[in-house]
Design a protein around this ligand. Structure first.
Ligand code: SF4
Length: 156
């Protein structure tokens, strides 16, 4: 939902702390999750993640979350799916070139990142999205130590 998404960006610092807490919980739960089986957990956790993050961030379940590096503004909401900053088409009023009624997600990302403790993460170059991970849970990847919660600053 667009208004909730903008709210998350305005409160990026709070969400950054929330995600840091989630990361600790997920990593501590890793032995238990492993015993249950990641394959068995994938579908229910991805379902929960999709609905919760869909509501909060308009998450598209790319499978490699970078929210903590992008000021809590999901880059997959950019119509061009740019993961490393805006294109050259941002309008004078900050509107998206493709969807003028929507503010450029990268303007939001920059502003959100400046509200965060780790503002420097926005400068890290992100890898291209791996399409084979579409629809999979980023949270379980965090538990497995494959990347950080909400922002894969640990493993890029
Ligand atoms: S970066 Fe990917 S996982 Fe994170 S909110 Fe956006 S689409 Fe969802």
């Amino acid at each position: 939902m667009y208004r909730v998404r903008r709210f998350a960006v305005r409160h990026a610092h709070a969400f950054e702390r929330l995600y840091a807490g989630l990361e600790v919980v997920l990593k501590r739960s890793a032995p238990l999750l492993e015993r249950i089986g990641y394959q068995r957990l994938e579908a229910p956790v991805a379902w929960l993640e999709k609905h919760l993050k869909g509501f909060l961030f308009d998450c598209q379940m790319c499978g490699h979350c970078v929210l903590s590096s992008t000021g809590m503004s999901c880059p997959m909401n950019c119509p061009k799916h740019l993961r490393n900053g805006p294109c050259g088409g941002v309008r004078e009023d900050g509107g998206c070139e493709v969807k003028p009624e929507m503010r450029c997600v990268w303007l939001d990302a920059w502003e959100g990142s400046q509200r965060m403790k780790h503002a420097e993460r926005i400068e890290v170059v992100q890898l291209p999205v791996d399409a084979s991970q579409q629809g999979t849970s980023s949270w379980l990847k965090v538990a497995r130590g494959e990347h950080g919660a909400g922002g894969s600053h640990e493993v890029r």
